[in-house]
Design a protein around this ligand. Structure first.
Ligand SMILES: CC(C)(COP(=O)(O)OP(=O)(O)OC[C@H]1O[C@@H](n2cnc3c(N)ncnc32)[C@H](O)[C@@H]1OP(=O)(O)O)[C@@H](O)C(=O)NCCC(=O)NCCS
Length: 335
């Protein structure tokens, strides 16, 4: 395909190919102050050893011998089999020449071939700044923004947790907290799966229509096992109500290969247990438990819908600061 001065070809990246496509994805991600894309070597592993319920693929946009753009595709194999999630990146020196559009056309073709009907993409812009090239590109190519999230970060280890724990303790005297690093204790598995299945329904997602994930004990165990084989770790804390049932949970994950980064994953307090400052107490307890094991400095990342003021207020109280806006864009695929 000839695009102005560019003659490009879009190819599917195979597991044994050179990692140039991942280098472009990494370089484009590094334009952000806090890039959150996984490193290329991890992405390569995911092509051949994906976690359960997912498949990944990659396209490269080549001009002559040079890879100038790439698209990373995430295919859910459990829920949301109508969706294809694409990260498209074009090397900064080759933009506005149609490479992004060529990649998008190829992504669409892959989606249709794979039986997907909706294409999802995300863009990032610095906190408080004008929208960047990703948003301009998505809007120009007919995508609609359906979800706006705030990316916040916090330096780890986190100072002042004991004082904060004392402040909130009077609000949840009837609840206890249990933390695990790795496998969910057998006695909580059923109840914990119930909370994991509820979280996608409870988390505000603006206009985005996503099927909630359904968790079974088998699914939980297979995800834990995959995390172990990848060398990643999780710190999970649950709140236990007076009768012994689970009232809420929170989870932080990390990987020794990326020691400078921790991800604050989902936090849920069941609706009937809200109003006891459990959201804050769960996060404090989970951080205290992790800090008792490691003090290695890191940045904790978290994302929440801009509309999710209760969770953002909890994060602000812990000292998180906003760094980026994330938008999720949606476009129909003609099947
Ligand atoms: C978004 C991105 C992939 C676009 O790549 P590209 O090769 O420059 O895109 P194209 O040349 O095909 O642009 C197609 C149209 O999108 C719009 N567009 C793209 N970049 C734009 C910008 N910076 N400002 C305004 N409009 C822009 C224009 O309408 C453009 O057509 P035109 O050049 O004829 O006016 C590239 O800027 C990039 O890698 N950005 C960082 C990563 C990212 O945000 N990806 C999000 C997509 S999932």
């Amino acid at each position: 395909m000839r695009l102005g001065e560019l003659a490009v070809e879009v190819r599917v990246v195979e597991a044994g190919d050179s990692p140039s496509a991942f280098v472009v994805l990494e370089q484009v991600a590094a334009e952000r102050e806090f890039p959150t894309l996984m490193p290329g070597d991890e992405a390569l592993v995911l092509l051949t050893s994906p976690p359960p319920q997912y498949r990944f693929s990659c396209l490269s946009c080549v001009e002559g011998d040079e890879v100038i753009g790439a698209a990373w595709l995430t295919w859910s194999l459990a829920e949301n089999q109508h969706l294809l999630v694409a990260d498209i990146a074009v090397d900064a020196a080759h933009r506005r020449l149609g490479a992004g559009s060529a990649l998008l056309d190829a992504v669409r073709a892959e989606g249709v071939k794979g039986g997907r009907s909706v294409l999802l993409g995300e863009t990032f812009s610095p906190y408080g700044a004008e929208v960047g090239p990703g948003s301009a590109f998505a809007a120009a190519r007919g995508f609609i923004s359906q979800y706006a999230a705030l990316h916040q970060v916090l330096d780890y280890p986190v100072a002042g947790l004991s004082e904060k724990a004392l402040e909130v303790a009077p609000h949840h005297r009837d609840y206890t907290f249990v933390t695990w690093h790795g496998e969910c204790p057998a006695e909580y598995v059923e109840d914990f799966c119930g909370m994991l299945s509820l979280v996608d329904e409870e988390v505000p997602l603006d206009e985005l229509e996503i099927e909630p994930k359904r968790w079974t004990p088998e699914r939980l165990r297979s995800v834990e096992a995959h995390r172990r084989t990848q060398g990643r770790f999780a710190s999970t804390t649950v709140a236990v109500a007076p009768g012994g049932s689970l009232a809420g949970y929170t989870e932080l994950t990390g990987s020794p290969q990326r020691s400078g980064r921790l991800d604050q994953r989902d936090t849920l307090v069941r609706p009937e247990h809200r109003g006891h400052r459990l959201g804050l107490a769960l996060k404090i307890t989970n951080l205290q438990a992790l800090q008792a094991r490691t003090q290695a400095p890191a940045t904790i990342h978290t994302w929440n819908a801009e509309a999710n003021s209760p969770m953002i207020a909890v994060n602000n109280h812990l000292g998180f600061r906003p760094v980026e806006h994330q938008h999720v864009w949606v476009n129909q695929l003609a099947v």
